[in-house]
Write a protein that binds this ligand. Structure first.
Ligand code: ATP
Ligand code: MG
Length: 615
């Protein structure tokens, strides 16, 4: 491709709305263009990168025996109602774009394809002889992200590879899962990325496990906790660890103390001269279940620890059935306005004890219609749901609130002053500096990552809900066992930039660079320069070295700057050296420059590129 004929416009300054380096660079270098919030056009250079990533993904998927297909993006609501996800996706998470056609049929733009693929499996898979089966597609997904940001990293329209496997038993599922793990590892290695596979939260979906593939980068939205022995790595949402031991309590007798102005753990611990590890902190959460019932959860946790809201969400989902609900629509720390709706009197915030009385919750229940009483719709459950984190179960003579503003109690004990709540949970947030569970001598470290892939052992959630069964060898009808495997193609492409750039621009890994080489003519009025450049340009492309020709009528300096900015791995300059029958070849990454005889350029470049691509 000749730059003179390309839609090629680079920007000198960073765009105002871009926060992270990869986003700025992709815009400045003319790879992408913002059309709306979370909506981008992939310009010709970007499209080449995306096609290269897709091709690597395709090759690795095919190598596992998975088959490519293309599923519809318009999805009828009935499918989502069958799986039970219509309401959570359109209302609770609200992440799905839903619409009505002119016949008033409800449809959605696919954010993911479990429902569609399970329908196909229900219709087409009959017997264990057809299993295992793994289908994948590479396609645009739509998600109404609440905060689209960072360019292609979190778009509302983006390209994903999604695969879905159907297996006859757990063992077979594990085998497919392992093949996909290997395929993802190969994709990321071939794309030239530094990454880590980590244990991930599989949320309310359950299943027997999932892993995320994290591209390591400071700008990553995810936190990864790991140990240096390589034995442990998990998303912070899922991570477990050993907290520090609690310090012995300085209190030996139970007393109520006046502790004015000590709403925070830090202030109480200073005022009472005790360690935060001796304080039982009680945090209120407002949970709205899918039947409309609001339940106030009180979580008691050690003062030096934080609540991991993903773990808490999972625990509260387990409690849903006791309230006649299935899932959670919303979980939040109640704001003052929210409290006014249900609190019968002013809460002693900052001084709450594990046994705060249920009379703080307005007894609206009695005023409800009998229908509403049954469903719970719009009401607040009259009792707190009390959860206690493992970190406080063994505390002795602890400090906690006195249920009265400005007062705490000290020297308290479970089973004496306070009843230990029945529901004991692990909802603490693991953090860097903790000891590892597999080996307490290993310290937990933290890194930032960009989640580019998520592989998932789903089990029978969708097949059961939608009645997708097969007949096993014994002639029994069983639900299909499923796995799903997502990989963000467009996010991966941008993650590569986030991991590889310098002050002058992008440094593409050779395997996914839009072009391998660029031939730069310093002066297009020099006929000899032009002639040699044209010849190299033609021969390189013929030899499979994908090459650009910068034949624009621009100063050499401008051309060099642009070549650096767009990040093409090799630059070939038909400058002064041609008088000696040579050209200058500069490697983008190292900036190493050398003069190579003109008749050796094609074979040399071809050799380098094959080597870099690992071929
Ligand atoms: P995240 O936690 O980042 O929102 P997710 O858990 O919603 O991701 P999945 O549903 O597992 O992601 O989707 C599979 C892959 O698709 C992700 O690993 C990611 O690479 C990509 N992806 C998800 N959401 C987006 C988005 N809004 N923009 C670009 N890529 C995305
Ligand atoms: Mg998401």
């Amino acid at each position: 491709m000749r730059l003179s004929q390309m839609l090629f416009i680079t920007l000198r300054d960073d765009p105002a709305d871009a926060e992270i380096p990869s986003h700025k660079l992709l815009i400045r270098a003319g790879y992408i263009r913002r059309i709306g919030s979370g909506i981008y056009a992939y310009l010709p250079l970007m499209w080449r990168v995306l096609q290269k990533v897709s091709q690597i993904v395709r090759e690795e998927m095919n190598a596992t025996g998975a088959q490519e297909c293309l599923l519809p993006q318009l999805q009828p609501s009935e499918l989502w109602k069958e799986s039970g996800r219509w309401d959570t996706y359109t209302k609770a998470e609200g992440i799905m774009f839903a619409l009505q056609d002119r016949r008033e049929q409800e449809l959605a733009l696919g954010p993911t394809h479990e429902e569609v693929i399970t329908t196909i499996a229900r219709d087409m898979i009959r017997s264990y002889r057809q299993l295992p089966l793994n289908l994948y597609q590479i396609q645009t997904k739509f998600r109404d992200e609440i905060r689209p940001r960072f360019g292609l990293m979190r778009g509302r329209e983006f390209i994903m590879k999604d695969a879905y496997s159907f297996n006859a038993n757990e063992e077979s599922l594990k085998k497919t899962y392992q093949q996909m793990y290997q395929a993802y590892t190969n994709v990321l290695q071939r794309s030239g990325l530094a990454f880590r596979a980590v244990q991930a939260d599989s949320g309310a979906i359950g299943g027997s496990g999932s892993q995320e593939f994290m591209v390591l980068a400071e700008a990553g939205e995810d936190e990864v906790l790991y140990t240096e022995d390589g034995q442990y790595a998990a998303n912070v949402e899922k991570a477990v660890s050993l907290p520090f031991d609690a310090e012995p309590s300085p209190f030996s007798t139970y007393e109520k103390r006046e502790t004015p102005g000590t709403e925070t753990i830090e202030k109480v611990s200073q005022f009472l001269k005790c360690s935060p590890t001796q304080i039982v902190k009680n945090v209120l959460y407002q949970t709205v279940y899918d039947n409309g019932l609001t339940v106030m959860a009180l979580v008691s946790i050690r003062g030096d620890q934080e609540v991991n809201e993903v773990k808490l969400h999972n625990e509260l989902t387990k409690q849903a059935s006791q309230y006649g609900a299935k899932t959670i629509l919303n979980l939040s720390v109640p704001s003052t306005e929210a409290q006014e709706k249900w609190a019968a009197k002013l809460l002693p915030l900052g001084y709450i004890a594990p046994d705060i009385g249920d009379e703080y919750i307005q007894n609206q229940f009695n005023n409800l219609s009998s229908g509403a009483k049954k469903t719970g719709e719009g009401s607040v459950h009259p009792k707190f749901l009390r959860l206690v984190d493992k970190t406080v179960v063994d505390l002795k003579n602890f400090v906690t609130g006195a249920n009265e503003s400005g007062y705490h109690v000290v020297g308290a004990n479970w089973g004496v002053q306070f009843k230990l709540p029945d529901i004991i949970v692990d909802v603490r947030k693991a953090k860097a500096g903790d000891r590892a569970i597999h080996n307490p001598e290993q310290t937990i470290k933290s890194a930032r990552g960009i989640e580019v892939g998520h592989i998932f052992q789903l089990g029978t959630k969708y097949s059961q809900a939608m009645g997708a069964t097969y007949t096993n060898e014994q002639g029994e009808e069983k639900p299909l066992i499923m796995g799903c495997y997502g990989l963000g193609v467009s996010r991966l492409a941008q993650a590569a930039v986030e991991q590889s750039y310098d002050q002058d621009g992008i440094i593409w890994p050779v395997a996914i660079a839009p072009y391998h080489a660029i031939v730069t003519i310093p002066n297009i009025n020099d006929a000899q320069q032009v002639e040699i450049a044209e010849k190299l340009y033609t021969e390189l492309n013929q030899a499979g070295v994908e090459t650009l020709l910068d034949d624009r009528n621009e100063r050499a300096g401008v051309k060099f700057k642009d070549a650096d900015l767009i990040g093409i791995p090799y630059r070939i300059v038909t400058g002064r050296a041609i008088s000696n029958g040579k050209v200058e070849v500069v490697e983008r990454q190292t900036r190493k420059s050398q003069e190579i005889p003109i008749n050796e350029v094609v074979s040399t470049l071809k050799g380098w590129i094959d080597l870099a691509k690992g071929e």
